[in-house]
Design a binder for this molecule. Structure first.
Ligand code: ADP
Ligand code: MG
Length: 483
């Protein structure tokens, strides 16, 4: 049975909506932030009262250009807006302001990484538009509620070429796009709050075919789990249909997460006629060469730039790199730390195993971690120079430093008596004690069971409270056991 499905290839193109994190809305000063009591972030302009005029939020254009430059798109320097007309209760104006024919960004691509390697997904275009309000259908049995706080919030719509071949690639694209918009600080990329959602265009074709199959568009998926479920269901539905001799009809579909099933919203025949026409109330927006140069020069380091640096220059593993570059703040913090220490791998371990969990627990941004890069570098050196054991440093010294962040690590280690000792008298005394306390084990060792050395090391460490310097201890133990 599954051979039937193996004959087919899945083809997916996305339309991703990204809500921009501007303070105010796209065409008026209303608060654009998520939340607030229903219908409080509104005004006569976002409600489209007659006689009101929109005024463009410059940030929307700047953010669009920032994203386009990061993706390698061509930037359209003369931007017009269009009206897309339709009637819906959550669209009080009766039209949405969008860009129909000349989007702000054209082309570009985003490289994604899945288990099967890297792949470049081409961007068809990115255009600016405004969001509609929200209809809430599950609050009362016979009525719908409308919240217009979201009406007029600025959006970018990113349209890809049909370059994805699996739900895993869709997942990787959405993850990569979320990371990028967060690096660029144009959106929080929060899917739960609807700041990022996607329409998935799905078709199937026989492997080796050179033309695409007919596609269906699944609307408004606001979680990756739903997107994966919806794609899986839709691919099976289309293949079953084709195998029965049927044909896929171009449709817009809705996905119901409670049933896991897609169902038609509308077919091609009753597709909307939006009667696009140029928005008469907004003059063209010109992005000058100077604007472009300025935005380009202010671009932050991009995720793939940090990844390349961490792997090639710093020699970190793919795993460490992924964690350290997931968020821009972490990547920049790590770079600052590496500027102060030669022990890069030790620094990576410290950030991954201690600093990130601490920040998560305390809900604090990494930039506000109490210990400065200089202090952390001194802390790492104490371990690397064999002055404090790794275990003791992590278990005792670090918590003590967090309690008194102004103290110097070396002074603190001395004060807490944590400095390891390679002093010969000190170590000889300890080793002698351990040999005396374990005559049976010593006999077994001397008969050839050399694996017991680890046991003796452990015993010496215990008696020294972690202060015996391991290398010297090891050498001394061998010497005294073998004599
Ligand atoms: P329209 O103009 O009807 O909206 P587009 O050509 O703009 O159609 O495509 C919209 C989206 O559908 C894009 O993301 C594109 O990649 C995707 N798409 C187009 N054709 C296919 C197909 N055969 N299978 C899957 N996705 C497709
Ligand atoms: Mg389209």
């Amino acid at each position: 049975m599954s051979e039937i499905y193996d004959k087919y290839e899945t083809v997916i193109g996305l339309e991703v909506h990204v809500q921009l994190s501007t303070a105010s809305k796209a065409f008026c000063g209303d608060d654009a932030r998520f939340g607030g009591d229903p219908n409080t972030h509104i005004s006569t302009i976002s409600l489209g009262h007659p006689g009101t005029l929109p005024m463009l939020n410059k940030k929307q254009v700047e953010y669009a250009v920032r994203l386009g430059l990061a993706l390698g798109s061509e930037i359209n320097q003369t931007n017009n807006f269009d009206r897309k007309n339709y009637f819906y209760a959550d669209l009080p104006k009766g039209y949405q302001i969008t860009q129909d024919l000349r989007p702000v960004c054209v082309g570009g691509n985003l490289t994604i990484r899945t288990e099967s390697g890297e792949k470049s997904i081409r961007i068809h275009h990115i255009h600016m538009e405004e969001d509609a309000g929200k209809s809430i259908h599950d609050m009362a049995p016979r009525s719908s509620w409308i919240d217009l706080n979201r009406a007029g919030v600025p959006l970018l719509e990113i349209v890809t070429e049909p370059d994805m071949r699996s739900a895993a690639e869709v997942d990787a694209f959405m993850t990569g796009m979320r990371q990028l918009v967060r690096y660029l600080e144009v959106s929080d990329g929060n899917m739960q709050e609807g700041s990022m959602r996607c329409d998935c265009n799905v078709s199937v074709r026989l492997k080796g075919a050179t033309t695409y199959g007919e596609r269906c568009e699944i609307k408004n998926l606001n979680s990756m789990r739903y997107a994966r479920q919806a794609i899986k269901y839709e691919v099976k539905r289309q293949i079953d249909l084709l195998e029965r001799g049927g044909q896929v009809e171009q449709q817009t579909l809705n996905f119901d997460p409670t049933t896991g099933v897609t169902s038609p919203l509308r077919s091609k025949e009753d597709a909307h006629d939006y009667r696009y026409f140029p928005e008469p109330d907004l003059p063209p927006v010109i992005v000058t060469d100077d604007n472009l140069a300025q935005i380009q020069s202010e671009l932050p380091p991009l995720p793939w730039e940090l990844e390349a640096q961490f792997q090639t220059e710093f020699g970190l593993s793919e795993y460490d790199t992924k964690i350290l570059t997931e968020e821009k703040a972490t990547g920049l913090y790590f770079r600052a730390l590496v500027a102060h220490t030669q022990h890069i791998k030790a620094a990576a371990n410290l950030v991954i195993n201690k600093i990130l969990p601490y920040c998560q627990e305390q809900a604090t941004p990494i930039s506000a971690y109490p210990l400065s890069p200089q202090k952390l570098s001194a802390f790492i050196s104490l371990i690397e120079d064999g002055k404090v054991s790794n275990t003791i440093a992590y278990q005792k010294l670090l918590p003590a430093l967090l309690d008194s962040p102004t103290q110097e690590p070396l002074a603190m280690a001395q004060q807490l008596n944590l400095i390891q000792s390679a002093d010969e008298d000190f170590l000889t005394q300890l080793v002698a004690e351990v040999i005396e306390a374990n005559p049976d084990k010593v006999a077994t060792y001397r008969k050839g069971k050399k694996g017991l050395l680890g046991f003796f090391m452990g015993e010496v460490m215990k008696r020294s409270r972690g202060k015996a310097e391991p290398k010297s201890t090891n050498a001394l133990l061998r010497k005294m056991l073998d004599s």
